[in-house]
Design a protein around this ligand. Structure first.
Ligand code: PAF
Length: 295
């Protein structure tokens, strides 16, 4: 397959390397409009050279995988529109929700797919990427998408599952996205505010606050008719705190490196959804204000 990958952060670089390993024709797209190829090394494998920003090649791409942060989605894909065939499926893979809803309506003619992953990757240097944790990727339809053929999507899921397993189709991707958003809305702001690794949130000092944050999330999930129980949110949050105990969350890293955070697409999305149902989420609101103050 010819596959375009937009954004070469840790997850984009991981997918690019995995595509290359099984001989797909992969092209990277970056913010810098450089045409100089990038050399990427995944773990201890042989480094490989990745073609960058070849816009003409976009028209033959059978898939565009967009791995930039929620805050960069619009800016990253806008320049590609003039070159991209409207039958090319676009898969969006990022933390948070609402970025695809914010796209201009000209994108609605494409097969738009939303994804969430528990694969973990880390870039120790510009040209290196480490696959630090095996996980799952769920993909499903965006409600804004043009209709697509089920058989095309089946083929795509099979291909993606061969590149970086496991990849599974979810008709109700919304539930998987909310599941991830619930986890991110607790771990990311707290670790950024307290400047700590994820694992520290298991300490007693955070118990009460996490419990209140989860109560507010559960009310929103109920109002939205999302089938995730209060206990599942508790279990998922603490499972991720434990399994990523040594990690600094993405929001912690964004604050530390003076980058824009995804707070508007994580906590902001939660608060906007709560407001739609006339619900208050004062503890999430307080976290969002603190993050904005230190950003
Ligand atoms: O954003 C992140 O850092 C990650 O999604 C997670 C799961 C919180 C682990 O650090």
């Amino acid at each position: 397959m010819k596959i375009g990958i937009v954004g070469l952060g840790a997850i984009g670089s991981l997918w690019a390397a995995k595509c290359h390993q099984i001989h797909h024709d992969v092209i990277g797209f970056t913010r810098s409009k450089t045409l100089a190829p990038l050399v990427i090394q995944l773990d201890q494998f042989q480094p490989f050279t990745l073609t960058i920003n070849d816009y003409q090649a976009l028209q033959d791409c059978q898939l565009l995988l967009v791995t930039v942060k929620s805050t960069q989605v619009t800016e990253a894909i806008e320049p590609l529109h003039a070159f991209l065939n409207s039958s090319t499926p676009i898969v969006f893979l990022h933390n948070g929700m609402g970025a695809v809803d914010a796209l201009d309506s000209k994108w609605h003619q494409y097969p738009l797919l939303l994804a969430t992953t528990t694969q973990a990757a880390f870039k120790p240097t510009q040209g290196q990427v480490n696959h630090t944790g095996l996980g799952q990727t769920f993909i499903g339809p965006s409600p804004l998408s043009s209709p697509f053929k089920k058989s095309d999507i089946n083929d795509l899921i099979i291909a993606l599952n061969t590149i970086l397993p496991s990849v599974e189709w979810r008709n109700d991707i919304h539930t998987a996205l909310w599941n991830k958003l619930a986890i991110n809305s607790v771990i990311n702001p707290l670790t950024a505010i307290h400047q700590c690794r994820n694992g520290k949130l298991a300490n007693d000092q955070f118990k009460k606050q996490i419990s209140i944050l989860i109560k507010e999330i559960s009310q929103v999930l109920n109002a939205e008719n999302i089938a995730i129980s209060h206990q599942s949110v508790v279990d998922n949050v603490y499972r991720v705190i434990e399994s990523t105990a040594q990690n600094f969350s993405s929001m912690h890293q964004d604050i530390a490196h003076h980058r824009t955070t995804e707070i508007d697409f994580i906590t902001g999305y939660l608060i906007r959804t709560a407001q739609k149902h006339g619900l208050n989420t004062p503890h999430h609101q307080a976290l969002m204000e603190k993050i904005k103050a230190i950003s």
